[in-house]
Design a protein around this ligand. Structure first.
Ligand SMILES: Nc1ncnc2c1ncn2[C@@H]1O[C@H](COP(=O)(O)OP(=O)(O)OP(=O)(O)O)[C@@H](O)[C@H]1O
Ligand SMILES: [Mg+2]
Length: 243
């Protein structure tokens, strides 16, 4: 018997405009449970806006969003967290005036206890791999840029999610740390954590992605394996060629 794969997240004809700017245009985006998906596209393509709609921070003008089979189109963000969705933002949201320990304590309130065993193992793996001490009283402001980025990934894992949406988690990192981040995220994904990452760094994408979605002017422009996307002439023209 062939089991139908579970869909982790899916959108149907999602649309969003800001004034005259089209941020999402008829977006049909689907990620299966267990996938490692990367999303690329030029600045202003609508990547962060799509993430914001997936997690419920922005409301779509029209269309539908499903999380693990449930229609969450009109579900508030904190309730989507309870369904297993974790998000990190393009700009780091760790509280600089609080310690590492305190930053990790904040999202504990939303931890999905039904996912505790696997969730806790993922969190501990990430803390260890990133060299973060969960009891550290050092203020986040004193952390290096890389450590701050990693702290934010750890903060999302505190909620024991089943699906994480990471918006440029390796931004500003040198190539060694970028690949270290990819390695940790790949391990987490191998435990069944569905992972969707917006990332401009193609070394990261080549290393981690199973499938790549290219967004352009609010539309899904192309989708395929890393090799397909790198070889895609139109993708090279609108995005990769800029490098
Ligand atoms: N709150 C907002 N108000 C007005 N316009 C917005 C808002 N958020 C996004 N936009 C616009 O929507 C479009 C998509 O923006 P978005 O931030 O989603 O792009 P992006 O693909 O994440 O870009 P980047 O690679 O620069 O992060 C852009 O033209 C942006 O200026
Ligand atoms: Mg963005």
């Amino acid at each position: 018997m062939v089991m139908e794969p579970t869909v982790a997240i899916e959108t149907l004809s999602l649309n969003k405009t800001f004034g005259g700017v089209v941020a999402a245009s008829n977006v049909n985006f689907k990620v299966l449970s267990g996938e490692f998906r990367c999303m690329i596209g030029p600045n202003g393509a609508g990547k962060s806006t799509l993430f914001a709609m997936l997690c419920g921070i922005e409301t779509a003008d029209s269309g539908q969003i499903f999380v693990f089979g449930q229609d969450v189109t009109h579900t508030q963000a904190f309730k989507r967290v309870r369904l297993g969705v974790g998000l990190t933002f393009q700009t780091n949201r760790a509280f600089h005036a609080l310690s590492v320990r305190e930053n990790l304590a904040i999202p504990q309130a939303s931890a999905r206890l039904e996912n505790k065993e696997v969730g806790q193992a993922r969190l501990e793996f990430a803390l260890d791999a990133f060299g973060l001490d969960p009891n550290d009283e050092i203020k986040a402001a004193e952390l290096s840029h890389n450590q701050l980025q990693w702290l934010e990934i750890a903060m999302v894992l505190v909620g024991y999610p089943n699906l994480i949406l990471l918006d440029e988690p390796a931004a500003g990192m040198a190539s060694e740390e970028t690949l270290r981040t990819a390695k940790v995220l790949k391990h987490l994904n191998s435990t069944g954590l569905t992972t969707v990452v917006v990332e401009h760094d193609m070394a990261f994408v080549k290393d981690a992605a199973q499938t790549v979605t290219v967004l352009h002017q609010g539309k899904i422009f192309a989708e395929g394996s890393v090799a397909d996307i790198i070889a895609h002439e139109d993708v090279r023209r609108i995005y990769l060629g800029r490098a």
